[in-house]
Each structure stands twice: as structure tokens, then as C-alpha cells.
Design a protein around this ligand. Structure first.
Ligand code: BYC
Length: 327
């Protein structure tokens, strides 16, 4: 791995800058500035953790889904999130951080993951609202990441986005079915939308003038749009879909401001956002506790897999030599 000692090497910096300027990709073996590497490890590992923690709010409903078909769909979706986490951990590993280290940071409570997964899912309609709003926000945020300058991240995002668009539709369809149901079902759908709307807007991160990482990440073409630009785009996507569903979005101030060319909206409760980031959201400790328990409960699987790999390798002399050398 190349390090800061190379920073003085202007030729390498020039080659890196030229690749970025030419919309080419940076690959794992290319020279890259240390700060670029650190930023990617930060964002990709947070993203991976979000996918893994993000399995919990929906996993909560697998045993209670209202039909066999709904259960099968929800299970597939939650498994997709596990897959997304794995692609992303692998992408982060290409930057020189180990999977164990990232896991340790997460379960020790030292790593960030998306604020959105610290809210509870008390009703079936929450599955609809998560799919429609949370996966919808994820698509808005992640489609531009398919063009991220770091190759392994951008490529992982292509597949993830394809799956996210299926997730968004299944959420929309759950809400649509409820909105076509009884008054109690319609009320349940509206209540879920009311609870998830504001947290889904917070997924895009702090406002641009309070986003310390945006300018540099955009210069490096990791991020392609600012947090506020993507939030605006998301609202533009939601408004016509809410009309089709027959739900209202819980913001009395929301209207298109043609003069400014943007959605006028109420102020987001940034105090709530920062409380959740500080670990004081409604479900933070529960999410970490469940993750820690799952990790500890899975220790025997990791040990068994490692032992199986070791025994298989011993049957192949060349690999056995390497194993013995490493021991
Ligand atoms: N939650 O300077 P900023 C999914 C942090 S998974 C928590 O704007 P940046 C899904 C930020 O990390 C969804 N933390 O940062 C899964 C930074 O902290 P540090 C996850 C947040 O990186 C399962 C600080 O605030 N998606 O969709 O330029 C089921 C300042 O922010 C949040 C991704 O991870 C937040 N909401 O921009 C269903 C997408 N917002 O590290 C669905 C990839 C900000 O400086 N990530 N922070 O201490 C990104 O696109 C960017 O990292 C962000 C933030 C837009 C999130």
C-alpha cells in the first residue's frame, strides 16, 4: 500500500489528478492521496454498516408479515441488504482496512451508520414506508455514487441500485394495498409515512453549509451532488408518488417555489438528527446490542469456516506450505 511518504511525489499526484479530471477510475493499486483513501474508508465502511444494521428494522417483521408471499418478499429484501453490506465491506477492504477492524469499530459503538435505522417499526405499514421512503432516499443518494471515482465502490453501487429500485417498488406497493384497504389500514399507512418522512430527509446528511466533507468529496468526484441537491431531488420524486398513493406528506410548508426553482419546506429538526448521531436516538442502543449479540453468536460459524479452510488447504501441498509459513 502506498502511504503519505509518496505525497512528495508530484508525478504521482499529477497522475491521480489527471485521472480524476478525465473521469477515469482510481483502482486499488493506483497511487492515491492518503486523505482520499481515508475518506473512502470512512464513507464506504459507514455505508456497509448501514446496510447491515438496516436489516434489523425490517427483520423485525419477517415472522409477522401478513401472508406467505409478503414474508418471502421481505426475507429476500433483508437478504439483499446483507449482500449489499458484504459488497461494500469488500470494497472497503481493497483500501487496506480489514473486515475485523470495521466490525470491531461498529460493535464497539465507534463507527457511524445511517441515522435512519435508529427508529422503531411498530406496524406492518412501516415496511411500506421504509421501502418507499428509505429505499427511495437511498436510490436518490446512491445512483450518482455509481459514478464514484473509486472503481470498486462505483461498481458495487451499480448492483446495489438495481436491487434498491425493486425494494422501493415493493414498499410503494405495500402502502398502495393499505391505502386501498379499510379506514384503519389507511390510517396505519398515513401514520407510518408521518413517522418516516422527516428521518428519510435526514438521510442525505446535514445542510450544505454544515457539511464538512462535501466540498472535498465532490472535488474528488466521490460525491457528485450536494446533500441539499439530492434532498430536493428526492422531494420532487415523492410529491407525485404521494398523490398516487393518496397519502399526505407531513409538511404544511411544502410547495414548489417556481421563482427559486426549488421546493420550499419547513426546517428539518437538526437537533433530532444530531441526537441520533450521538447515539441517543430511539433505537440506537437496541440496534448495537442486537448487532453485538449476533456477532458473538456467530463466533462458532467463523471458527468452523476458518478451520474448514485450513483443513482444505492442508490437502493442497502448495497452499499448506503457505499456511505453515504463516503460522
Ligand atoms: N446518518 O460532511 P457530511 C440504505 C455524518 S443504507 C449518520 O455531509 P458526507 C438501506 C457523516 O458521515 C443508507 N451519519 O458527510 C439499507 C459525517 O460524519 P464523519 C446509507 C451521517 O460523508 C438497508 C458527518 O455526518 N447510505 O440505504 O460527505 C435497508 C457530516 O456529514 C448522516 C450511505 O451510506 C446520516 N444520515 O455525506 C434500506 C450512502 N449524514 O464521518 C436502505 C453513502 C451525514 O465526518 N454515503 N452523516 O464523522 C453518503 O452518500 C455520504 O456519506 C452522506 C454524508 C451523504 C451520508
Amino acid at each position: 500500500m502506498t502511504t503519505d511518504t509518496d505525497a512528495g511525489n508530484a508525478a504521482e499526484q499529477d497522475a491521480f489528478d489527471a485521472l480524476i479530471a478525465a473521469e477515469q477510475r482510481i483502482e486499488p493499486r493506483d497511487w492515491m492521496p492518503d486523505a482520499y483513501r481515508r475518506t473512502l474508508i470512512r464513507q464506504i465502511s459507514q455505508h456497509a454498516h448501514s446496510e447491515i444494521i438496516g436489516m434489523q428494522p425490517e427483520g423485525n417483521w419477517i415472522t409477522r408479515a401478513p401472508s406467505l408471499k409478503r414474508k418471502a418478499i421481505l426475507m429476500a429484501k433483508v437478504q439483499d441488504e446483507a449482500g449489499h453490506g458484504l459488497y461494500l465491506y469488500s470494497a472497503a477492504q481493497t483500501l487496506g482496512i480489514g473486515r475485523d477492524e470495521m466490525t470491531e469499530q461498529l460493535i464497539a459503538g465507534r463507527a457511524k451508520y445511517s441515522s435512519i435505522f435508529n427508529y422503531p417499526t411498530p406496524t406492518w405499514a412501516d415496511m411500506g414506508a421504509i421501502g418507499w421512503l428509505v429505499d427511495g432516499a437511498a436510490i436518490c443518494n446512491q445512483v450518482p455514487l455509481c459514478r464514484a471515482s473509486y472503481g470498486p465502490y462505483g461498481r458495487a453501487m451499480v448492483r446495489i441500485c438495481k436491487e434498491e429500485s425493486f425494494h422501493q417498488r415493493q414498499g410503494f406497493e405495500i402502502l398502495l394495498a393499505l391505502m386501498q384497504g379499510s379506514p384503519a389500514q389507511r390510517e396505519m399507512a398515513q401514520d407510518a409515512v408521518d413517522r418516516w418522512y422527516w428521518p428519510s430527509l435526514m438521510m442525505f446528511g446535514p445542510p450544505d453549509d454544515r457539511s464538512p466533507n462535501s466540498a472535498q468529496s465532490m472535488a474528488w468526484k466521490i460525491k457528485r451532488f450536494s446533500n441539499d441537491e439530492l434532498r430536493q431531488r428526492f422531494i420532487g420524486m415523492l410529491v407525485p408518488q404521494a398523490e398516487v398513493l393518496g397519502v399526505s406528506l407531513p409538511d404544511p410548508e411544502l410547495r414548489w417555489d417556481a421563482g427559486a426553482g426549488r421546493w420550499h419546506m419547513s426546517e428539518i429538526d437538526w437537533t433530532e438528527f444530531h441526537e441520533v448521531l450521538a447515539g441517543r436516538g430511539p433505537m440506537n442502543s437496541e440496534r448495537l446490542r442486537a448487532r453485538r449479540e449476533a456477532h458473538e453468536g456467530g463466533a462458532w460459524v467463523r471458527e468452523a469456516a476458518a478451520e474448514y479452510a485450513r483443513k482444505r488447504a492442508l490437502r493442497r501441498p502448495a497452499v499448506a506450505e503457505a499456511f505453515e509459513g504463516a503460522a
